[in-house]
Design a binder for this molecule. Structure first.
Ligand code: S3P
Length: 174
């Protein structure tokens, strides 16, 4: 039996376009899309912000860890990871064992514009959002920079990003 086709795993900071691009890739490649945040919300029966508030970030990270392990055993999916999945190297190793890893990046100002009106990201609540984005990005840059395939989405449309990933996929499968 031949191995299942690899997953496409979108990593990257909040607001870099992971969800929108995953949706577009799912549509174009006719593959199922897994939004890790949405999957955890469904399993826990509550929104991410409530999980953070009531159960804490450590609990949430453990659910991400569990789900990464599970997804490593599947194939053919488009996976949009939460922005913090990358913080645990074991997650990256698992998701990469049958998956093309792509890290989406964007300038902090572009991210601010995209997340400005949203209220579902607990790590961005309260205080100066741009400053929070910049300091979190600085703390995490070594994790994001370690992914070989990176696409800066600041000035690209969802369509353009999806096309670049499809090109990467044909190289990966060759
Ligand atoms: C987080 C990113 C969020 C969500 C949670 C924590 C992070 O996902 O998992 O709020 O630590 O960067 P998105 O990147 O989909 O916003």
């Amino acid at each position: 039996m031949s191995a299942p086709p690899p997953n496409i795993v979108l990593l990257g900071f909040m607001g870099t376009g992971k969800s929108a691009v995953a949706k577009e890739l799912g549509r174009r490649l006719k593959r199922p899309v897994v939004e890790m945040d949405a999957e955890i919300e469904q399993r826990e029966g509550m929104a991410i912000s409530r999980i953070f508030a009531e159960k804490g970030e450590t609990y949430f990270r453990a659910r991400e860890r569990e789900l990464s392990r599970e997804l490593a055993r599947s194939g053919e999916k488009i996976i949009a990871a939460g922005g913090g999945v990358i913080l645990d190297p074991a997650n990256v190793r698992d998701l990469g064992c049958n998956g093309l890893l792509v890290c989406l990046t964007a300038r902090s100002e572009a991210i601010l514009k995209r997340v400005e009106k949203e209220r579902h990201r607990p790590l961005l609540e309260g205080g100066d959002r741009l400053a929070t984005i910049q300091s979190l990005m600085a703390l995490r840059s070594r994790f994001y920079d370690a992914i070989e395939n990176r696409i800066d989405t600041s000035d690209l449309s969802v369509d353009e990003v999806a096309s670049r990933i499809i090109a990467l996929l044909s190289d990966y499968e060759r």
